[in-house]
Write a protein that binds this ligand. Structure first.
Ligand code: NAP
Length: 278
C-alpha cells in the first residue's frame, strides 16, 4: 500500500498544501498520496482515532482543528506543547504524535528573505492575536525578541495570548498604532486582513524607522497592500508564501521518509496557482 497523508480542515478547499505535497511527490518520484479532507468539527475525534487503520500515515491540520488535534496527541514536540496547537500529525510506535511547524516556517522564511533580521529586535509589533500570532510571538521570543507589542481588535484575545507567555508582551489597541509602531524593528501582520475576500489592512507606516522590516503572513495576494506600502518606503519585506512552503517540510519528511527542499520550481508552481495561471 502506498503511504497516504491528509489535510483536514473545515473548510479546507482553499488550502495550497495538496499542491505543495503533490509537487514534491512528483519531483522526488515517490509513490504516495496527499488527500484533502473536509472534516466537520464533530467528526474530528473519530477521524483521529481511526486514520491509521484507514491507511493514512499522518497529515496536516488546519482551522478549526489545531487545538483539539493537539489534545488528542499522545506525544508532541516542546513547541507544540507550548502553543497547545498542532498543524502536523504522524504515527510513531503506534501513537499519535504532533508538531507545530508554523514557528519554524515563519523563521525560515524570514531568514531567507531578510538575512540578519534578528540582530536588532529591541521592539517588535505583531498585528493579531489568533493561532498564527501565537506561533509568531513564540518564534520571536525564541530568537531573543525583548519587547513585543501585540495589537488586536478583540482585547480578550490579546489578553489570552499574553497570558501564555511570561513578561515581555505588551498590548495595544488598533487606535494606538502610531505609538505602537514607533521604534519598531520588525512589524508582522498575523491577522487575516489584507487577504483576498477580507477587509483591507489600513495602516500608516510613517512611524516605522527606516531600518524596520515588515512581514505579512497573508499569501493571497502574494504582495499585500501592506508589503507594497513598505516596499515603496524602502523597507525590507517578507511575504507569507515562504512560511507556507517551509512549514510543509517536516510533515513530508515524517510521512514519506525524505526531506524535501523548498526550490524555486516549487515556489513558481504555487505562485502560478495563486495567480490563477496554472
Ligand atoms: N503563511 C502561512 O503559512 C500562514 C500560516 C498560518 C496562518 N496564515 C494566515 O494568517 C492569518 C491569520 O490566521 P490565524 O490562524 O491566526 O486565524 P485566526 O486564529 O482566525 O485569527 C485571525 C486574526 O485576524 C484578526 N481579524 C480578522 N478579521 C478582522 C477584522 N475585520 N478586523 C480586525 N482584525 C481582524 C482577528 O482579530 P480578532 O481577535 O479581533 O477577531 C485575529 O487576530 C490568515 O490570513 C491565515 O491565512 C498564514
Amino acid at each position: 500500500m502506498i503511504p497516504r497523508a491528509f489535510i483536514i480542515g473545515w473548510p479546507v478547499a482553499q488550502s495550497r498544501s495538496p499542491l505543495i505535497h503533490a509537487t514534491w511527490l512528483d519531483e522526488l518520484r515517490i509513490e504516495g498520496a496527499y488527500e484533502r479532507i473536509a472534516l466537520p468539527p464533530q467528526e474530528l475525534e473519530g477521524f483521529l482515532a481511526t486514520f491509521a487503520e484507514r491507511g493514512f500515515v499522518g497529515g496536516n491540520v488546519t482551522i478549526p482543528h489545531k487545538e483539539k488535534a493537539f489534545a488528542a496527541c499522545a506525544a508532541t514536540t516542546p513547541t507544540a506543547a507550548r502553543l497547545q496547537a498542532v498543524n502536523t500529525l504522524w504515527m510513531e510506535s503506534g501513537k499519535l504524535h504532533g508538531e507545530n511547524t508554523d514557528v519554524m516556517g515563519f523563521l525560515a522564511s524570514l531568514d531567507e528573505d531578510v538575512p540578519g533580521w534578528g540582530k536588532t529586535l529591541k521592539k517588535t509589533a505583531v498585528l493579531g492575536a489568533g493561532g498564527a500570532a501565537r506561533a509568531i510571538v513564540y518564534a520571536l521570543l525564541s530568537r531573543g525578541a525583548r519587547r513585543i507589542v501585540v495589537v488586536n481588535r478583540t482585547k480578550a484575545r490579546s489578553e489570552e495570548l499574553r497570558s501564555r507567555f511570561d513578561g515581555s508582551i505588551e498590548l495595544a489597541d488598533p487606535g494606538d498604532l502610531p505609538n505602537a509602531l514607533t521604534n519598531v524593528d520588525l512589524l508582522v501582520n498575523a491577522t487575516s486582513l489584507g487577504m483576498v475576500g477580507q477587509p483591507p489592512l489600513e495602516i500608516d507606516l510613517a512611524p516605522l524607522p527606516d531600518h524596520a522590516v515588515v512581514a505579512d503572513i497573508v499569501y493571497v495576494p502574494l504582495e499585500t497592500a501592506l508589503l507594497a506600502a513598505a516596499r515603496r518606503r524602502g523597507l525590507r519585506t517578507s511575504g507569507g508564501l515562504g512560511m507556507l512552503l517551509y512549514q510543509a517540510v517536516p510533515g513530508f519528511t515524517h510521512w514519506f521518509d525524505v526531506r524535501p527542499r523548498v526550490t524555486p520550481a516549487l515556489r513558481a508552481r504555487i505562485v502560478a496557482d495563486i495567480e490563477g495561471k496554472r
